[in-house]
Design a protein around this ligand. Sequence first.
Ligand code: PLP
Ligand code: TYF
Length: 398
Amino acid sequence: IFAAVEMAPRDPILGLNEAFAADTRAEKVNLGVGVYYDDNGKIPLLAAVRAAEKARLEAMPPRGYQPIEGPAAYNNAVQGLLFGKDSQLATSGQTVTIEALGGTGALKVGADYLKRLVPGATVYISDPSWENHRALFESAGFPVENYPYYDAASRGVNFAAMKAKLDSLQPGSVIVLHACCHNPTGADLSDAQWDEVVAVCRERGLIPFLDMAYQGFAEGIDADAVAVRALSSSGLQFFVSSSFSKSFSLYGERVGALSIVTASKEEAGRVLSQVKRVIRTNYSNPPIHGGAIVAAVLSSPELRQMWEDELGGMRERIRAMRTGLVDQLKAEGVAQDFSFVIKQRGMFSYTGLTAAQVETLKADFGIYAVSTGRICLAALNSKNIGYVAKAIAQVVKG
Ligand code: PLP
Ligand code: TYF
């Protein structure tokens, strides 16, 4: 029965991990996958997570099934992060939040539910976007198209083109928006531009789906929620996927959430019943551990403060690596202006390196990046940044 099965293409980002692992050079550096490493090149175990985990281990709670939508304590904590403490959207009961298997799982539950809700819709994602967005919505049965986003010349967002496209879409179209720290470009909308996007969504009757995978990595928890807050105060209905993989450094625990803002508590009850149906036929109910840790950290004032401080530390370290890389490229005699790297936000930079230059970095230096020229700044550290800067300088100088 498997004789005719073809080999599927590798994930262009996760596939790099395999090639990197097989590379025997000691000086190799993996700037491919979006993972935060500390200055020693290790994935950190946050102190707040460690404390919550220790308390949990000591309590040794039983492992019954969870509610299909996940525990209320977790879902309420997620709403607090997204909408702000004591927000009307949370207290009114009009917002559905379900625990999901990472941000990916949240997108998938959201996509499957949307397919039941608006089966004839087209889904629009930014050009470019996270590789998995297209695949996720296509696998839910939607046609997926792009809206213009990145402008290579200015290294920023071509907002006029983006807005013109959104203005032309059919009512009921789903638009997937990166809430902050755009992956892969690092180019975000300004607060004023978010207000304009919200206005277009209202005028055209579009369905916004915010993807929030890096809350806290640009400016801070509340500042990075600007898109969520703009939609919240608009009175529109929308979807948000949250991922805590990066912000809690809990990648493999698969902790995320899907939130759906509806018009009323009564509507939310009906929507939740339908979303639970999607979950039941996928994985029945979410795993316990990761969500329990996140809920424990967010509901304890001390642990929450500890976490925000650690998140701030990760944010600052990435910023220092951005500045450091730009300075060292200059010191290496690179004439090209790389200062845009400092303006980009989150983990990534679209460097403008060509696929051929990325290939040379890999072949000659053991430095792995995505062929689009995307690098993960959070993989740089005080030991490898000089090596990486020298290599990039050599490659761009030809
Ligand atoms: N959305 C974006 C924009 C991402 O960069 C990621 C990265 O992992 C995800 C979603 C998926 O999150 P998770 O790893 O929690 O599934
Ligand atoms: O873009 C990244 O590198 C992260 C990690 O299928 C990732 O978002 C990459 C690919 C993928 C899942 C996660």
